[in-house]
Write a new protein. Structure first.
Lengths: 436, 301
């Protein structure tokens, strides 16, 4: 069997088409160099099926195969799914740590320590006011001073208590906004479910839907910051996504199961928000700690008095219960007695203040841990993302090199075609006049 | 594959580095401008609780300092009043000895009696000494004068004590039980003795004149001994307050030092850190500006 005369043209043409496709792919990579979630693509080239050259046609009598050119077998995205799984696990942890750090830093700002207008500063002024009363037990001004210092302290307790409540409420609101109707969870889930359907159809048609796969991966990345995400790719190329500690998978095929109840074990931002305000959460602990300080203060001051100075039993309802003339400096009827004022001034550094200092230490540790964790996880996430970028990211240097290489390939294929053309010209134009 | 470096990676890591340099720089600037290393509890949780504790201790010490100072001023008032009483009583004793001398006529004794009565009033005036609007010899009934001028010698104060705190659970009693000296009417105490002396001077009988040099003088001497004891007690309270004050100063110094070592910025170290961080930030910016610009595109024709 001889070689078809026009085979060389076909081979050159396949080269032109393949190089052009590769060039287009490179162009697409360059265009998407800064697109979030884009994975670089590459045109997979495969040689076309060879032409058998029969044994009798060769000198040695052995058969041979002649290549017939090249074809693009697929345009595939370059991506490592294991890095995706790692990224998402760390991203959930980072989402949680960030939420913790944000909320607790707000609490820390509310405490406003160390400063003279904080509870510690106000407590100190309060004891000083009692001490001044002990120096001048009969002085109306000293009694006014005690009441004024008490009022300022009470106000600071109220403000701080209210701020902590607001922070806790806002954490709850944030959870509701993220998980509610039209919230981010539902929004991402709907988009992923829709993509699942489209991807399935494309794959059934034998196409690899790279852009849709990228978009689905990007949405899964975003979802993973909200809670733990486990992605299982099914045989039909849809992703089944379990979310947090929700009982049902969030996404199965094109179905979205939401809303579902979750707990603080959900991980991610949502788990952290639930955890902060949960019974063992940091915000809850700070609130109850503040209440304990207020209760201790009320108890330890009132214990020395027959007419209670403070009323209430927590940070929200602590109040000064007496007018200035009702402030007792002494238990005896004499106006110059000061043993009660001395005893109360001696409460400085006592249980209330130590309790408060411990509370501030606890607050500081919470914030410090949350920030450390956030910064560590940020480093990890950045490192994993760098690895992903290293695999999937577009390198312009590389694309430029490919551009040159494919361009040259295209030029060479065109040159081959010219050579073939010239060869045929020789055959047709210069081999006698038969047939003319 | 992990050897591939993409421009996005370079950009993001350059940005991270520049940010962290800037963050360090900002932190050092904060510490230098505020002069403190603990700006928030999370900077040093244990340190923050220490700062609260130390600041409160320091404020407490300044309270105790003011207590001790007011206690000393109070005792100075009391001591001055008692010194004046002592002078008065010594004068009465001189007059008494003079009157007991048999050469005086009844008329002379009447004149001396008048002087003794005036001196009695002056003792009561001293007993009504005030510090900052409070009667120092009235116990806790310090808003009213303990003695009325005139014939009524009843003590209006009480024997309850007034103290000043000089440290945690350390108080010093600054009250003087003046009633144990002056008494309250007819009880043989100083005022009663002075009244008796005046009465005996005016009495004119032989027994009266004899009493002047015997029972009256003995009673007066006994009262002078009581006065001296009270003066000594006041002096000792002042001494205690003084030594508490000087201890307080030492403590203030050492607690201020502890506070400073917990919270204050070490300016020398911070300045060096600042210079280093400034240089690092500068270098990060320069490197970023150079590397982010470069790519193969710069060299392709």
């Amino acid at each position: 069997m001889s070689i078809p005369t026009l085979q060389g043209l076909q081979t050159a043409l396949s080269g032109l088409i393949a190089e052009q496709t590769a060039l287009d792919t490179t162009g697409n990579n360059i265009a998407n160099a800064n697109t979030e979630g884009y994975s670089r693509e590459t045109a997979l080239l495969e040689p076309d099926p060879p032409l058998d050259i029969a044994a009798i046609s060769t000198l040695t009598g052995e058969g041979a195969q002649l290549g017939t050119g090249v074809a693009v077998s697929n345009i595939t995205r370059i991506r490592n799914v294991y890095l995706d799984a790692q990224y998402r696990a760390q991203s959930s942890a980072l989402g949680g740590a960030s939420a913790q750090a944000e909320e607790l830093e707000q609490a820390q700002a509310a405490f406003n320590e160390p400063s003279s207008s904080s509870i510690a500063g106000q407590l100190s002024s309060f004891w000083t006011a009692w001490n001044s009363l002990a120096e001048h037990p009969a002085s109306a001004a000293a009694k006014e001073g005690v009441v004024a210092a008490g009022e300022a302290l009470v106000r600071t307790f109220h403000e701080l208590g209210a701020q902590l409540s607001t922070i806790a409420t806002q954490a709850g609101d944030q959870y509701t906004a993220l998980t509610g109707v039209g919230g981010e969870v539902e929004d991402y889930a709907q988009q992923i479910a829709a993509l699942n359907g489209q991807i399935k159809l494309s794959e059934e048609a034998g196409q690899q839907p790279n852009e849709m796969l990228d978009r689905r991966d990007l949405l899964l990345d975003k979802l993973s910051a909200l809670a733990n995400v486990t992605v299982t790719e099914e045989a039909d190329h849809t992703d089944t996504v379990s979310f947090g500690d929700a009982a049902e998978p969030l996404i199965e095929g094109t179905t979205v199961n939401w809303p579902q109840g979750m707990t603080e074990a959900a991980g991610g931002r949502l788990g952290a928000l639930l955890g902060l305000t949960g019974p063992k959460g940091a915000l809850t602990s700070l609130q109850s700690g503040l209440d304990t300080v207020a209760e201790t203060l009320i108890g330890s001051v009132n214990e020395h008095l027959t007419t209670p100075f403070f009323s209430g039993e927590n940070a929200a309802n602590i109040a000064v219960a007496v007018e200035a003339e009702g402030v007792q400096a002494s238990g005896s009827p004499g106006k110059g007695g000061n043993e009660v004022a001395l005893a109360i001034a001696a409460l400085r550094g006592g249980a209330a203040e130590q309790g408060y200092a411990e509370l501030v230490e606890r607050l500081g540790s919470y914030v410090q841990n949350a920030k450390d964790e956030q910064s560590n996880l940020q480093t990890t996430v950045t490192a994993i993302n760098d690895q992903r970028q290293s695999v999937s990211g577009v390198s312009l240097d590389e694309e430029m090199t490919n551009l040159i290489s494919f361009q040259r390939g295209y030029q060479a294929s065109a040159r081959t075609m010219t050579a073939m053309d010239e060869m045929l010209e020789t055959l047709i134009e210069h081999t006698g006049t038969a047939g003319l | 594959m992990s050897d591939r470096i993409t421009p996005a990676m370079v950009t993001s890591s350059t940005l991270t580095d520049i940010n962290s340099s800037l963050e360090a720089l900002e932190r050092t600037t904060d510490e230098m401008s505020s002069g403190r290393t603990i700006l928030e509890p999370s900077d040093n949780p244990y340190g923050a609780s220490q700062v609260i504790d130390l600041q409160s201790q320091l404020a407490g010490l300044s309270d105790y300092e003011s207590d001790a100072q007011s206690g000393i001023a109070w005792e100075n008032t009391a001591s001055a009043a008692m010194s004046s009483m002592n002078e008065v009583v010594q004068r009465v004793r001189e007059l008494l000895l003079e009157a007991a001398n048999g050469t005086n006529s009844q008329n002379d004794r009447e004149i001396i009696a008048e002087q003794v009565e005036q001196l009695t009033e002056s003792v009561k005036q001293d007993a009504n000494a005030q510090y900052a609007g409070e009667y120092v010899f009235a116990g806790t009934a310090s808003t009213e004068p303990p003695y009325e001028q005139g014939a009524n010698d009843e003590y209006k104060g009480n024997t309850e004590t007034v103290s000043r705190a000089v440290g945690p659970s350390a108080t010093i009693d600054i009250s003087t039980d003046i009633a144990s000296l002056l008494g309250s009417g007819e009880d043989g105490k100083l005022l009663d003795t002075l009244r008796t002396i005046a009465k005996d001077l005016r009495g004119g009988t032989v027994e009266d004149v004899q009493a002047l040099s015997s029972t009256d003088l003995e009673a007066l001497d006994a009262n002078i001994a009581t006065l001296t004891k009270l003066q000594a007690a006041a002096g000792s309270a002042t001494d205690q307050l003084q030594s508490a004050l000087s201890r307080n100063e030492d403590l203030q110094t050492s607690i201020a030092a502890a506070l400073s070592s917990t919270d204050d910025t070490n300016m020398a170290a911070a300045s060096i850190a600042y210079a280093n961080e400034q240089a690092a930030y500068d270098a990060a910016l320069r490197a970023g500006a150079t590397i982010v610009q470069e790519s193969l595109l710069n060299f392709l024709q």
